[in-house]
Design a protein. Structure first.
Length: 578
């Protein structure tokens, strides 16, 4: 028996078209809709192409190791195991599959390709939310496109600077959200249960929090069966699939030893949960501490999201009317997003509260905002729909613009960090090799001026204002150098000794004044800041200097008149299972 799928029909609140005010009928034109929808996507792509480099970071090295281990496996069973073996607390089969395919097609592993595939997952996520709007809103496709533009602005912006320029992070953190919401869309709006099951499996084999899709989707199917929209056979099959996938996931599972013990109070955990859910607030240059601001926004979003959820359930109990596909999709999406926030807060708050609002997690806060917008604009009465859409468009524009202003310094620093890391592991002495190192290598400015980079400084001096230690890092600050956000204008702090040279990325100093948002103040203040982990340089005494280079010009090494003594590190490396 094929389940009956409820298709939204125009209600009294939806009759009479889109409710576009007379002042903005241009928004319903197809060309304008496409422009509003695609402009954030194009801007995201242009900025990525400007700053992305083909250098691995942290877990990316695990993907390189996977290819080596896979090639060394003599049996088919051993090769399959290499795809499914545990990575931290995750089964990253999807990440490894894309890595293997890229290697087979190109002949080498290119981390920029992994970034592209991961970033494309945002397009799938946008498509899912667009499809929800197209089903819930009447009118022409051009109308749907402009209503979907706020979703594009929320998803495609520089809040994701860490994920978008990091191969494995893009594959894992973006894709699992896209898989889960696509699965919930199919369950809420279509009869395509096998496809939905496949997406749930894909989510599970992309990131550990993909497991949340199973109880959420099973609850949806059970309620649909109670309403007569789903068969008991499908529910039983899904339940059996849930059990099998969960058992296989935890087969031979070991808790990562590097995770800190759960030693925190409920208040701290609740704050961390709220901060995770409201991490998008950090983009606004209000001059306020980011963590409390995220807690405030996250608390509001969590209470509103949960309140709507309770309202949907109470309405179902008090009225015989079936739950709508939109309510199913909204409920499932919010349960996944808030559930992920709770799990991350529980497992990561021990690393430090600020980690909960880091860029790699912001996809969840921004997706929560997008889901709430889609729900409100779809549920809005006829006369309020256009104002809600315009408010969403205004908020999305401000957030995206603020993100590009607020995170450009992190993006510049991130690119330089990749190139500095490549230099530090490629050149272990001050005797430049005649050619670039063998193997994977991103062409960088220093390969054409290694002599200047590795020899004593001879250029005019640059002042360093502050050098201090905090935790296991050394902070170097300058307050006078002009800001250099251009990727063709290189600037690094150098530790130099007669035996070895180290480069460390500099980041421009972000101007926190709210006037930056309106173009009334410069985006960057003068100066730069560098963080030197004390466990990276070998112990010894180094000259603290600055390397600068502009496109088409020679590198210059600038003395600062300071020396830095590196002592053996007391920090404990994080234990890994890869």
């Amino acid at each position: 028996m094929k389940p009956a799928i409820h298709t939204p029909t125009p209600s009294a609140g939806r009759r009479g078209g889109t409710g576009l005010p007379a002042a903005v009928p241009i928004l319903s034109r197809p060309g304008v809709g496409w422009l509003l929808l695609l402009l954030p996507v194009v801007a995201f792509g242009v900025l990525w192409s400007r700053y992305a480099v083909n250098v691995p970071k942290w877990d990316d090295h695990a993907l390189r190791a996977f290819l080596i281990q896979l090639a060394g496996e003599p049996t088919p069973a051993g090769k399959v195991y290499q795809f499914f073996r545990q990575h931290n607390e995750h089964r990253i089969v999807y990440d490894r599959l894309i890595t293997w395919l890229d290697y087979q097609l190109v002949g080498e592993l290119r981390f920029t390709h992994l970034m592209v595939v991961g970033n494309l997952s945002l397009l799938l996520l946008l498509l899912v939310l667009y499809k929800v709007l197209s089903r819930e809103l009447p009118g022409r496709a051009g109308t749907t496109r402009w209503y979907a533009a706020p979703v594009a602005l929320l998803l495609f912006n520089l809040s994701h600077w860490e994920n978008m320029f990091w191969g494995m992070a893009a594959l894992q953190n973006f894709t699992v959200v896209a898989w889960v919401l696509a699965c919930l869309y199919l369950l809420a709006y279509t009869p395509y249960r096998p496809a939905a099951f496949g997406l749930a499996v894909a989510a599970t084999l992309t990131s550990g929090n993909g497991l949340i899709v199973w109880p959420v989707s099973l609850a949806m199917l059970i309620v649909q069966a109670v309403e007569g929209r789903e068969t008991r056979r499908t529910v039983a099959g899904w339940m059996a699939g849930t059990l099998v996938v969960t058992v296989l996931y935890f087969l031979d599972y070991q808790r990562p030893t590097g995770n800190p013990p759960a030693q925190f109070g409920m208040i701290q955990l609740l704050k961390g949960w709220f901060a995770f859910n409201g991490a998008a607030a950090e983009a606004f240059p209000l001059g306020l501490p980011a963590y409390p601001l995220s807690i405030l926004l996250g608390g509001v979003l969590t209470l509103v999201s949960a309140g709507i959820y309770v309202f949907i359930l109470s309405r179902r109990l008090t009225r015989p009317r079936p739950i709508s596909p939109l309510d199913y999709f909204y409920g499932g999406s919010v349960a996944f997003l808030l559930g992920t926030g709770a799990i991350v807060a529980w497992s990561r708050v021990g690393f430090g509260t600020e980690l909960l609002i880091t860029s790699r997690y912001k996809i969840y806060a921004l997706t929560l905002l997008a889901v709430l917008y889609v729900y409100f604009v779809s549920r809005a009465p006829h006369r309020w729909r256009a104002p809600v859409g315009l408010a969403g468009l205004g908020f999305g524009t401000v957030l995206a613009w603020a993100a590009y202003l607020s995170y450009l310094d992190e993006t510049v620093m991130w690119r330089r960090w990749f190139l500095a890391s490549q230099f530090n592991w490629s050149y272990e002495t001050n005797t430049p090799p005649p050619t670039r190192p063998a193997g994977l290598y991103q062409p960088a400015f220093y390969e054409n001026c290694l002599a200047q980079v590795m020899q004593p400084a001879t250029a005019p001096a640059i002042a360093i204002d502050t050098v201090f230690r905090t935790g296991h890092s050394i902070i170097v600050q300058n307050t006078s150098q002009p800001a250099t956000p251009n990727p063709n204008h290189e600037q690094y702090v150098r530790l130099w000794s007669p035996q070895r040279t180290y480069l460390f990325s500099t980041g421009p100093v972000q101007n926190q004044n709210w006037r930056v948002l309106f173009g009334l103040a410069p985006v960057f203040s003068a100066g730069f800041q560098t963080v030197i982990p004390d466990m990276e340089p070998a112990p010894g005494v180094y000259q603290l200097e600055v390397i600068t280079a502009r496109s088409g010009e020679a590198c210059q090494a600038h003395p600062t008149g300071r020396t830095l003594r590196i002592t053996p590190s007391t920090s404990t490396p994080v234990e890994k299972n890869w």
